[in-house]
Design a protein around this ligand. Structure first.
Ligand code: SF4
Ligand code: SF4
Length: 300
């Protein structure tokens, strides 16, 4: 299926919507897209979506036969989602949907809004950017003991596929083994049971208590003018929160170039505008820098 999206954050006018669309057709060497999304509607981008009449342009492109199905991807509260859903006759919606975000973020409530609107769902980040396929510590131990028939990835993917109204599960794969594993999961699909739902809640509860930063390593914040290594810093911090190994955290953090470290952030806020998780990145970098300083002071 030919699928791509309109980058709301990059729009400066209504004319941009069609201009970017035509460029995408050319770059992809196609004359239509099966699925086309208004990309990443959120509290930070909803004004662009509304002011530049994005849906109306996409509807016109659909009439011209250049789009088969119009939908949107979304990050944010269920209240805003309910508004957006009602505004236009969308055909599908893509949300971040996995067993950790079910309770930790607004995923459950967003799912309920989409269910009520009978809007098919594309699940993005079904393994939370890989975090649910690389469980550590007690979460890993529980998963291995109580879900022996599954890999961590297949457990997470089956959880998503077990929900109603899922159009597709968007699983990012970075090597052939992962492709094979995912194909296997859905070839021999075993429906998710109630006991497994409880297990997913149990693992999610363990993860939530750790105080990790909700970064999915999407890298949309890569254009930091100071070159701060944002996702890498959050990843090493999260590993430290998961395994408690302060020494390893400080080693990795210290191995970054000085200019890439959290303390070099100048609070320009450019990164915040692009973060689909709506993280307050500068404040979180301050927190990491402060915690690293305390650990160093403590002789780590
Ligand atoms: S706020 Fe900090 S991390 Fe974000 S773009 Fe600006 S300098 Fe980079
Ligand atoms: S944009 Fe947000 S979620 Fe994505 S890598 Fe950066 S901090 Fe993480």
């Amino acid at each position: 299926m030919r699928t791509t999206k309109s980058p709301l954050y990059a729009l400066t006018s209504k004319a941009d919507v069609r201009r970017i669309f035509e460029e995408q057709l050319k770059k992809c060497r196609v004359d239509y897209f099966d699925f086309y999304l208004a990309h990443n509607i959120s509290a930070r981008s909803v004004d662009n979506y509304r002011n530049f009449e994005v849906y109306d342009v996409l509807e016109q492109l659909k009439k011209e036969g250049k789009i088969k199905h119009v939908g949107f991807s979304y990050h944010g509260s269920h209240e805003l989602l309910a508004q957006v859903v009602k505004e236009r006759p969308w055909e599908f919606c893509q949300i971040q949907f996995n067993y950790l975000d079910w309770n930790a973020m607004d995923a459950k409530k967003n799912y309920e809004v989409l269910q009520a609107a009978k809007l098919p769902i594309i699940s993005m980040a079904p393994l939370r950017g890989g975090a649910l396929a690389t469980l550590t510590g007690s979460a890993k131990a529980v998963a291995e003991k109580e879900a022996p028939l599954d890999t961590q990835a297949s457990f997470g993917l089956r959880w998503v596929a077990g929900k109603e109204n899922i159009l597709t599960v968007l699983s990012g794969m970075s090597n052939l083994e992962q492709v094979k594993e995912n194909v296997q999961t859905f070839t021999d699909y075993r429906p998710f049971t109630e006991a497994e739902n409880q297990l997913a809640d149990k693992i999610a509860g363990i993860l939530q208590k750790r105080g990790e930063i909700n970064c999915t390593a999407c890298n949309y914040c890569y254009e930091c003018p100071r070159g701060i290594a944002i996702p890498a810093i959050f990843l090493m911090y999260n590993e430290y929160k998961a395994d408690g190994d302060a020494r390893a955290f400080l080693q990795k953090y210290g191995a970054l170039k000085q200019r890439e470290q959290a303390g070099k952030c100048i609070h320009c806020n450019l990164c915040n505008a692009n973060c689909p998780q709506l993280l307050e990145i500068p404040a979180l970098l301050d927190k990491v820098a402060a915690e690293a300083a305390v650990l160093r002071k403590g002789g780590m």
